[in-house]
Design a protein around this ligand. Structure first.
Ligand code: SF4
Ligand code: SF4
Length: 355
């Protein structure tokens, strides 16, 4: 059955007020917030952006969404889980600080930011899903315990998954650091020695000392590597490459994690994708993240597969090509959507309702 995906177009020239008016229209017409009932505790899953990143969905848009949740009697909070790679979102304290620096304060959004501390055992929920790769998933308990989940996702490129939208935000984003590790652990980078200038940045950033320099060339010990991709992000010459065959499993595992997060959220979850400020890499990327597409619009749906497929189609249409395959030629992001449909997360077939 086709799922409904609602859409408002956004132009690069639209200012904040215009974008928020369109967002409000989308929330009203799409009924994406309809699952929220009085006194529901609503987790709004966002990405606060790595230091130096400007692509993340801004706090002023979150204000509109959280206000609408409040109108429906729900009590919203903004949340994200900590990262595996070293950066400003590695632990709860730093993560909260960068969220505030990026404007996600109560004054602007009207709600609190809650970042669960992975070091506390009670903050992890183990969700049994018994899927092909993941039998039991480690999810930040805050998302499992919430009465409803609204995933607000920035649709953009991604080095491991081709593109990232709702499924990436939910599957990878709601996992604890242990859960992220379980999704990444088959991926180890390889070094293209002709490109390596021996700067040592990868060695410094590697969290598990899996890299050392030999004769001024980087060497990766794949038995130690946890596949966090930090070395890819830091390498100035793109000398680090991912083992793409293993990368396929990341997409599968990420999708299985989405299933875990949404397991008890039947009719209690909504998805909003911002296909604007579309960059080559994800919001974990601090700098050197070029735009690859004009702004397209904002989408809303109760189907995480349909909304990501519609976002992909709309971006590719405006670019006149498969832009994500162009910028990440070794990744095939459509695999995540096909597998998500296969395990019952939603439908690739959708009806686009343009407002
Ligand atoms: S070698 Fe592995 S663990 Fe180390 S930074 Fe690179 S991807 Fe991460
Ligand atoms: S960061 Fe890149 S260029 Fe620098 S040592 Fe590592 S692989 Fe070589």
């Amino acid at each position: 059955m086709k799922s409904k995906v609602y859409f408002v177009s956004i132009k690069d020239s639209d200012d904040l007020q215009v974008v928020n008016q369109k967002l409000k229209l989308l929330l009203d017409k799409s009924k994406v917030l309809a699952p929220i009932q009085k006194e529901n505790k609503v987790a709004v899953k966002v990405h606060f952006g790595e230091e130096g990143n400007t692509g993340f969905v801004g706090p002023e848009h979150l204000r509109v969404i959280c206000d609408e949740i409040s109108v429906r009697g729900g009590s919203a909070f903004l949340s994200d889980a900590n990262t595996l790679y070293r950066g400003r979102r590695l632990n709860s304290e730093d993560h909260l600080r960068i969220a505030y620096e990026h404007g996600f304060t109560k004054e602007i959004t009207g709600v609190d930011v809650v970042i669960p501390d992975d070091n506390k055992k009670e903050n992890t929920a183990t969700v049994e899903i018994n899927q092909r790769f993941i039998k039991s998933a480690k999810v930040a308990r805050i998302f499992v315990d919430a009465d409803a989940l609204i995933a607000v996702s920035h649709f953009k490129g991604h080095v491991l998954t081709g593109f990232g939208g709702a499924l990436k935000n939910v599957g990878m984003g709601c996992a604890t650091r242990g859960g992220k590790l379980a999704q990444h652990c088959d991926v180890a980078p390889v070094v293209h020695s002709d490109r390596c200038i021996g700067c040592g940045e990868c060695e410094i950033i590697c969290p598990v000392a899996a890299i050392h320099l030999e004769e001024k060339k980087s060497v990766v010990d794949s038995s130690k590597c946890i596949g966090c991709a930090s070395c890819l992000a830091v390498c100035p010459t793109m000398a680090m490459f991912i083992d793409f065959a293993a990368g396929d499993k990341v997409q599968d595992k990420m999708v299985e994690y989405s299933l875990a997060v949404l397991k008890d959220k039947k009719n209690k979850a909504g998805f909003i994708n911002f296909a604007v400020k579309i960059n080559k890499e994800c919001d974990c990327w601090g700098a050197e993240n070029p735009r690859i597409s004009p702004d397209v619009g904002i989408l809303a749906s109760s189907d995480p597969v349909g909304i990501d497929k519609a976002s992909l189609d709309l971006v590719n249409k405006v670019c006149n090509k498969d832009i994500f395959k162009t910028v990440h030629p070794d990744q095939d992001g459509i695999k995540q959507l096909r597998y998500a449909q296969e395990i019952g997360l939603g439908s690739l077939a959708y009806e686009l309702v343009e407002l």
